[in-house]
Design a protein around this ligand. Structure first.
Ligand code: TMP
Ligand code: ASP
Length: 258
């Protein structure tokens, strides 16, 4: 079997050359990092769960007309996606104050925001992904004004959809991060949603108890991170065969008597 060419290894994913030109395979790792990779660890089964959750959300977003890089899930840890030129901006969508917003502006975590807030961070690990204004994005040519209009409109629609979807399963969508990319068609390019949407890049709180069901469990040493990710998948109706059965290969083998 021929070895696939690795294109890039990130903190939570590896990208391999896809089977056809213009395609990429995204491999989801169990590795977790926080604070610009100062803190490192693994969350058992995270890659499998994030692959499935991201597939689910990107598919539903496709149904409401949000174009994305997602083509199809290939197996437990991999999905086939369109190759894009990533826009070097992380788009943060916030409904409730938390995390860096609370720290920066002294707003108590959990405070409902009067309206949805969009923030932009420049993707640069060496600089720690600094917060930037739209003026910086235009000034340094990271994205055009037309592209930013498409990006912000899509981010708001994605938030409306996801907030409703999560509310329906007893989860408050506090905030999340999106990434977008360019696909080229002749002389033109258009913006599509890229990367992943999973508990790694969202804050998800139980509506009743405010229990954290996302990567803050890892960032803040709260424990139970694998269980939290599994709970999100379970509530979304994924892994009908049982998350633990899928993830716990040993018990599977034992059951089969091997
Ligand atoms: P923040 O409050 O730390 O700025 O994070 C806002 C949201 O963005 C939160 O849901 C986590 C997500 N996020 C990422 O996905 N990647 C990152 O590098 C950071 C800093 C945040
Ligand atoms: N993924 C980012 C990192 O490693 C930050 C985070 O999600 O908190 O550093």
């Amino acid at each position: 079997m021929s070895r696939r060419r690795q294109i890039y290894e990130g903190k939570a994913k590896i990208l391999y050359e896809g089977p056809e030109p213009g395609t990429i395979i995204q491999y989801f790792k169990d590795d977790a990092t926080a604070f610009n990779a100062e803190k490192k660890g693994t969350i058992n089964g995270k890659g499998v769960i994030n692959n499935r959750i991201s597939e689910h959300i990107f598919t539903l977003l496709g149904h409401i007309g949000i174009p994305s890089h997602f083509i199809r899930r290939l197996n437990m840890r991999e999905q086939l996606v369109k190759q894009v030129e990533i826009v070097p901006i992380e788009v943060i969508v916030r409904n409730v104050a938390a995390g860096s917003l609370s720290k920066r502006l002294g707003i108590e975590e959990g405070t409902q925001l009067p309206h949805t807030l969009l923030e932009y961070c420049y993707k640069d690990d060496a600089l720690g992904d600094p917060l930037v204004a739209e003026e910086h994005i235009a000034c340094f040519g990271w994205a055009s004004q037309e592209e930013m209009q498409d990006i912000s409109a899509m981010a708001i629609r994605i938030n409306d959809f996801m907030a409703g979807m999560f509310a329906g399963i007893g989860i408050k969508l506090v905030d999340f991060k999106l990434e977008f990319g360019r696909v080229f068609e002749g002389d033109f390019s258009r913006i599509i949603l890229a990367d992943e949407i999973s508990p790694d890049g969202c804050r998800l709180w139980d509506i009743e108890t405010n229990e954290k069901l996302d990567k803050d469990r890892f960032r803040r040493d709260l424990g139970g991170e694998a269980e939290a990710y599994q709970e999100v998948a379970r509530r979304l109706g994924l892994f009908p065969e049982g998350v633990s059965e899928v993830l716990d290969l040993n018990s599977e083998r034992k059951k089969r008597g091997k």
